[in-house]
Design a protein around this ligand. Structure first.
Ligand SMILES: [Zn+2]
Length: 247
């Protein structure tokens, strides 16, 4: 059976050297989700692949189906190299973290247009020198939401009462926000304003990162909330997270 090359835009998540001159790429595409691409002799001949082999690069790849699940990459046309991400260590660490979260949380081969757009705009915003703390909050929150892991925010996860001007607690293991009567000692103390900010942020288009301004307290409490959720859903701790927290 002869396979003709197919073509599709993809974002390079990871690059692994293989053998003497080959490269294996972890790719993320809107149409086909996560895929593995095999670029034969890519390190010998820069002509076919040029600068598209590095992480965060977006390119249109031509590929044929290989044995197993690999795509045999034929050639590629650069769309965006995002080379600016490599100029700032903090920025690079956060971009690597975003890419690793997607790599860890999505199932191979499952298309996800919105998460593709989310990740690309997150990387673009970081490259343009956008605010890293709010970018991280928005990216993590939207990723959880788009994957269907959103905890309850504005009402108690257990008695379902809608909160009104009160202190609350948050425990991802019990579904999210809790009123003090239901919570007892469980979870962490959170201000209603924080979960209100998170809920409002989700009403904005998933590609928009400009124009947000979170208070220090919201950023701190949101990161506690999001950490709890990620601890529940991640198969392991992202390697880039350790690097990120050391900076
Ligand atoms: Zn309750």
């Amino acid at each position: 059976m002869v396979y003709f090359p197919q073509s599709c835009e993809a974002l390079v998540l990871r690059h692994t050297n293989y053998g003497e001159s080959d490269v294996i790429l972890s790719l993320f595409t809107a149409e086909y989700g996560l895929q593995k691409g095999f670029a034969k002799s890519a390190r010998k001949s820069r002509k076919r692949f040029g600068a598209v082999l590095e992480p965060f690069t977006q390119a249109v790849f031509q590929w044929k189906k290989g044995r197993g699940d690999f795509w045999l990459l034929q050639e590629a046309e650069l769309v965006n190299s995002r080379i600016g991400l490599r100029g700032d260590l903090q920025c690079l660490a956060l971009a690597s973290y975003g890419v690793e979260l997607v790599d860890l949380l999505l199932e191979e081969g499952h298309p996800h247009q919105l998460i593709y757009e989310l990740l690309c705009s997150f990387l673009d915003y970081l490259e343009q020198g956008g605010d890293e703390l709010s970018a991280r909050l928005l990216f993590e929150l939207r990723l959880i939401y788009l994957l269907g892991y959103m905890p309850h925010l504005l009402h108690c996860s257990e008695c379902l009462r809608i909160f009104n001007n009160e202190l609350i607690r948050f425990d991802a293991n019990r579904g999210g926000s809790l009123c003090l009567d239901c919570a007892g000692e469980s979870g962490i103390s959170i201000e209603l304003g924080t979960v209100g900010s998170l809920a409002r942020s989700l009403k904005v288009a998933h590609q928009q990162f400009e124009g947000f301004s979170f208070s220090q307290k919201t950023l701190q409490q949101a990161s506690l909330i999001l950490n709890q959720v990620f601890q529940q859903i991640l198969p392991r701790e992202p390697k880039s997270l350790r690097f990120l927290s050391q900076l």
